[in-house]
Design a protein around this ligand. Structure first.
Ligand code: AMP
Ligand code: ZN
Length: 114
């Protein structure tokens, strides 16, 4: 999508501090970190939100969780724990309409969310 900021990061048109990349996904530091470790993992293909996951594209979600597991280990937060967040739509607090999974870690996180 031409006006999508995360598609622009995928294409290298907007800079991002990448922590992982392969042919299907990219992971980069969140520009406004909410915890010592705050990384976003996104598919390279534009998918707007969890509402658009279907039988044709669902494999990417398993791949993303496998990537998250590896990043958590490489960032040193796997043992103490971390949170994976996917905000969907307006009430869910989604501000960028390109599906993304937050990895939040490095401190004790509170529950429930606001
Ligand atoms: P959400 O509110 O779940 O849609 O999350 C969007 C996230 O994208 C927020 O945590 C923002 O800080 C982050 N974000 C927005 N623009 C950028 C950018 N150019 N580079 C890195 N992270 C970004
Ligand atoms: Zn996009």
């Amino acid at each position: 999508m031409s006006d999508c900021i995360f598609c622009k990061i995928v294409k290298g048109e907007i800079p991002a501090k990448k922590v992982y990349e392969d042919d299907k996904v990219i992971a980069f530091n969140d520009i406004s970190p909410q915890s010592p470790i705050h990384i976003l993992v996104i598919p390279k293909n534009h998918i707007s939100s969890a509402n658009d996951i279907n039988d044709e594209n669902k494999e990417i979600i398993g791949h993303i969780f496998s990537v998250i597991s590896n990043i958590a280990k490489s960032e040193g937060i796997a043992d103490k724990g971390y949170r994976i967040v996917n905000n969907c739509g307006e009430d869910g607090g989604q501000t960028v309409s390109h599906i993304h999974f937050h990895i939040l870690g490095g401190r004790q996180l509170q529950w429930p969310p606001g």
